[in-house]
Design a protein. Structure first.
Length: 226
């Protein structure tokens, strides 16, 4: 197996699998584990977005699998716990992201200990760009996730609770497109050419969105068994 294929499969099924495990725990403890997981995924997204990788002809950022999993989380919250719990996840993640901006900016500006002076530049190079990326992440995920929650319940009501795959895919696909345009424009405009980045990642995001469908079906099946 090619190394890149190995990383793609590991990133995809590993992330979605962990989210599914969190959803199973939430069956016992309530929506809190999924809400906390959503906030954690958003923070991880902001950190991983500074690294670019190539998958075939696609140039993408390393957070693509992690961020795609956030839509699975909000869809699970919407499906199993209701619209209001999904909204709580978005609001909580917004607060956590604001804390991330403040604390990273403070850590970068804080004079380092003498033993750390040589590492300060590396620390600043990696995390110094986080503020712009986090701001882009906030704009992208607030708009996209708000749309995802709204669209999910719109399709659910339209089909009277039937066709889980329809509401899962239609809401996530549209939201992924919205986020990709907003996030990459704010995060990387003037730094790298964003049009190839947006065009290159949208098909991959769409494919990943479709592949999360078996995980939400499996979770629903387990919920019925439990």
């Amino acid at each position: 197996m090619e190394p890149i294929i190995y990383f793609v499969l590991l990133g995809l099924f590993g992330t979605f699998g962990i989210v599914t495990a969190g959803a199973i725990i939430a069956k016992k403890l309530g929506p809190a584990p999924l809400i906390g997981m959503f906030s954690g995924l958003i923070v991880i997204t902001s950190i991983l977005a500074v690294k670019f990788i190539e998958i075939g002809w696609f140039l993408i950022t390393a957070e693509v699998f992690v961020y795609s999993a956030t839509f699975l989380v909000t869809d699970m919250l919407s499906e199993f716990f209701g619209k209001e719990e999904a909204k709580k996840a978005v609001i909580t993640a917004l607060i956590v992201d604001l804390i991330l901006i403040f604390t990273v900016a403070l850590a970068v500006a804080w004079p380092p200990a003498p033993e750390f002076v040589e590492m300060q530049k590396s620390f600043q190079d990696v995390l110094g760009s986080t503020t712009r990326i986090v701001l882009a992440s906030i704009a992208g995920f607030v708009i996209a996730q708000t749309h995802d929650v709204w669209a999910y319940h719109k399709w659910k009501n339209k089909f009277k609770g039937k066709y889980l795959w329809v509401r899962n895919n239609l809401s996530t696909l549209a939201s992924q497109f919205i986020d990709g345009i907003v996030f990459y424009t704010i995060a990387f405009y003037g730094v790298i050419p964003i049009i190839p980045l947006i065009i290159g990642t949208l098909p991959l995001r769409a494919a990943i969105s479709i592949l999360d469908t078996p995980f939400i079906y499996f979770t629903r099946w387990l919920y019925k068994k439990i």
